[in-house]
Design a protein around this ligand. Sequence first.
Ligand SMILES: N[C@@H](CCC(=O)N[C@@H](CS)C(=O)NCC(=O)O)C(=O)O
Length: 240
Amino acid sequence: MPQLRVFTFFPAFGLPTGGPFALKVLKWLDIGGIAYEQVIENNSGKGPNKKNPWIELDGERIPDSEIIIDRLARVYGFDIDAGLDSVERARLHGFRRMIEEHLHMVFEWEMFVHPNGRPFVMEVARSMAPRPLAGLAATMVCRQLGKQLHARGIARHADDVIVRKGIADVDAIEAALGDQAYLAGDRPSLADVSAYGMMQPMARWPMSTPVADHIKSRPGLCAWLDRIERLGSSKTPTVR
Ligand SMILES: N[C@@H](CCC(=O)N[C@@H](CS)C(=O)NCC(=O)O)C(=O)O
């Protein structure tokens, strides 16, 4: 049996990690019934791509949730999208890219730039470092993320435009879900797992930020996220 360690940010919002891509990997592993050790590492700079998450598979360090899942799917023979035809795979691929490349920017904007999100970053910093240092660290992280979002373009828009863009993603997902159990019908897909990683932290975080509040206000979306949360969660991973 390969030795698998998954490096994630700290647990948050009642979830095993607040990091959307790490939460996606953990949920995929749980659904696949694959054993792993979760290692809490809040410094993404230690990862091979300086991003969280990454894994160690028999000592080999592998970054990026998509590459990780692709590799592990082959190692463990678990394709969550097996049985989907190529058109359905293509449709769900588009949703996943929208979630991971666009909705993720809105997630980060609400947490690190929005005035209601930043106090959470400060609180986390305070739980990890003494007061003056914590304030400095939180300010630096928020500034760095703000710069990244500006470089990517999204933070150049007015606040209400960013919110509208985020809500458009959420509404598209809600429309695609309709009254189905999952995005592809009666079985979970990688797109569901990706959406869960991104949207469940927002649905659970206590801060009132506009797109997260929109998710919280949609009972069908919350029920779907909770349905995904229950998948494969009977077993507890080793956490270090
Ligand atoms: N495409 C990557 C995205 C990973 C990513 O953006 N991770 C963020 C946290 S959600 C990160 O490490 N940010 C820290 C930084 O950019 O310094 C994946 O799928 O894993």
